[in-house]
Design a protein around this ligand. Structure first.
Ligand code: HEC
Length: 211
């Protein structure tokens, strides 16, 4: 193909994407309540795929899967990821539903077909222009105390297990979901009550309440 033809083809692709984006914005504005069009999802997923370096996509999980690793990753997911993705990975959470794009159902083929390396890369680096944060522990863009690369590889094992998550596992996860301040205060009061708080602790919490 001549160089001129290639340039025209590239220009046409860019024009097509620009028209699709303009049409999407004109249709839904910039509200996050909308759902991406199929074309937008297609372009975004392919752009993401191309943006992930080939050797990263091909890298193998260095962590051996085991019940202990699954347990650790499950609680980690409950603590760091479930707020958007849900304990079972379906993405149907109040925060997930308010995002554009919404988190996909991690149990479905679209996600399960990604390579281990690609899942790892997404967890470590996040996805720009989406709500998916980077969890890498290198640099200062760490989303909460996530931990090491090993933890991300463990999460990859857990994502593979998501389609087979049991009800017992899900119930256990619920205990590790981050709690709001109100829940926490209530839990603390219950704990104090159950532990028959020492008189000192009691009077402290009472004086605190009076303020
Ligand atoms: C603040 C919300 C939020 C949190 C917290 C979050 N994610 Fe995500 N995640 C998203 C969104 C939104 C997407 C969709 C990104 C896209 O469309 O490319 C996503 C995408 C992903 C994907 C790619 C799935 C696919 O098929 O495209 C994986 C894997 C993933 N998240 C894993 C995790 C893990 C593991 C954690 C916790 C360590 C986590 N996420 C925490 C919002 C979140």
């Amino acid at each position: 193909m001549k160089r001129g033809t290639i340039l025209i083809l590239i220009a046409l692709v860019f024009l097509g994407v620009a028209v699709a984006m303009a049409a999407s914005v004109l249709h839904d504005g910039v509200s996050a309540r909308a759902k991406p069009t199929r074309l937008e999802t297609f372009v975004a997923r392919n752009a993401r795929h191309l943006a992930i370096p080939r050797n990263a996509r091909l890298s193998q999980n260095p962590v051996l899967d085991s019940p202990e690793i699954q347990h650790e990753a499950r609680l980690h997911f409950a603590d760091h990821c479930a707020i958007c993705h849900g304990n079972d990975g379906n993405g149907d959470t109040p925060i997930g539903n308010g995002l554009y794009p919404k988190p996909p159902d991690l149990r479905k083929r679209e996600t399960q077909d990604l390579s281990d390396g690609e899942l790892f890369w997404i967890i470590e680096n996040g996805v720009r222009f989406t709500g998916m944060p980077a969890f890498s522990s290198n640099g200062d863009h760490m989303a909460g105390n996530h931990g090491s690369a090993q933890d991300s590889w463990k999460l990859v094992h857990f994502i593979r297990h998501l389609p087979h998550l049991t009800a017992v596992e899900r119930l256990e996860m619920e205990r590790y979901n981050p709690k709001g301040l109100e829940d926490r205060a209530e839990e603390q009061e219950e704990d104090e009550f159950l532990n028959e708080a020492t008189p000192k602790a009691k009077s402290e919490s009472q004086s605190h309440r009076r303020k």
